[in-house]
Write a new protein. Structure first.
Length: 325
């Protein structure tokens, strides 16, 4: 890999291959505002990046600073190996990564008019007008001002005027929202894993009692909710939550759950000074809580390699009496 300490290329397109760029790639003149950047393969950029169009042919590629594409950030469909954005990514127009064999990792938020992801992992949230997710994981929220399409994906939560769904999907947080009733293809399933013992599964240990996933019934678990902001403006939403059906949550010590360590470690990976791990019951350490390891774990849940048990809705009366009497 050839080290580059300064970009001095006057052409309208900067092509990088087998390069370690030690500096930022930012425009210094008005003419450089229209400069495109083409990442061919085996590139690492330590500084921030600005481009009119940022096109990534293939990995491995790693961006340690924030990335902004004025028109489009596009990872080609046949891109191989891993492409990692450690910090925030934004585009005035679109962020597209519909990968067929490689993986793309976003270590922070994505902000663009249109976001389309397939086989991608996002440690933060997505803010866009239109969001399309397929076989992808978003640990934060998907916030679309127009439409969200989700298929075979894991999201923290979502909020959009129009939501379409298909396949098997998971929610990390108790509630998600849409303005119009959610449209689902036949066979669509949603599971809420707020009360799943993800920490034990990450450590390859047995899940704790009274934990697991909860099937979300889109019709039965949908309620009309009125949200009021500070100005008093009211917004009518459909909320999708299992909170009304879950009594067992009061019986759990949520502080014993280590789910939050997985989520926080993934989003703060580029900001903490050391790598952490979870402690197993035998005193040994789990795999390091890195962006790559955490994303691999959630992709195993998505593929079914890691199975989360169903949360039993039956609670012995003696347990309830000890808790409340």
């Amino acid at each position: 890999m050839k080290e580059m300490n300064e970009i001095r290329i006057g052409e309208s397109v900067v092509g990088l291959q087998d390069n370690l760029v030690k500096t930022a790639i930012l425009p210094k003149t008005s003419g450089e505002l229209d400069r495109d950047i083409n990442i061919q393969s085996n590139v690492k950029i330590e500084g921030a990046v600005y481009a009119r169009n940022l096109i990534i042919d293939s990995g491995p590629a790693e961006f340690l600073g924030a990335v902004y594409a004025h028109s489009e950030l596009h990872v080609k469909n046949d891109a191989a190996e891993s492409i990692i954005f450690r910090k925030a990514v934004a585009s005035l127009d679109s962020v597209i990564a519909l990968l067929l064999k490689g993986k793309c990792y976003f270590g922070a938020d994505i902000n663009a008019a249109s976001v389309k992801l397939k086989n991608c992992f996002v440690a933060g949230s997505i803010f866009a007008q239109d969001v399309q997710l397929e076989n992808s994981i978003v640990l934060g929220g998907c916030f679309a001002s127009k439409k969200l399409v989700i298929q075979n994906s894991i999201t923290g939560t979502f909020n959009a005027p129009e939501v379409s769904a298909g396949g098997t999907n998971y929610l990390l947080y108790p509630t998600a929202f849409s303005v119009e009733p959610m449209g689902c293809l036949p066979g669509t399933e949603f599971f809420n894993i707020t009360l799943a013992d993800l920490g034990s599964l990450f450590k390859d240990e047995t899940e704790k009692p009274n934990t697991g996933k909860i099937r979300l019934d889109i019709d039965a678990d949908s309620q009309r909710t009125v949200l009021v902001d500070e100005a008093g403006t009211k917004t009518l939403l459909h909320s999708y939550s299992v909170a009304s059906r879950v009594l067992v949550s009061d019986l759990l010590n949520m502080e014993d759950f280590e789910n939050h360590f997985l989520i926080i470690s993934a989003s703060l990976g580029s900001q903490i000074l050391k790598t952490y791990a979870l402690n197993r019951e035998d005193g040994s350490k789990s795999d390091d809580l890195t962006l790559e390891n955490i994303s691999a774990f959630f992709f195993k849940i998505l593929s079914g390699t890691v199975q989360i048990k169903d949360l039993s809705e039956s609670i012995p009366f003696d347990t309830l009496r000890q808790r409340y009497l």
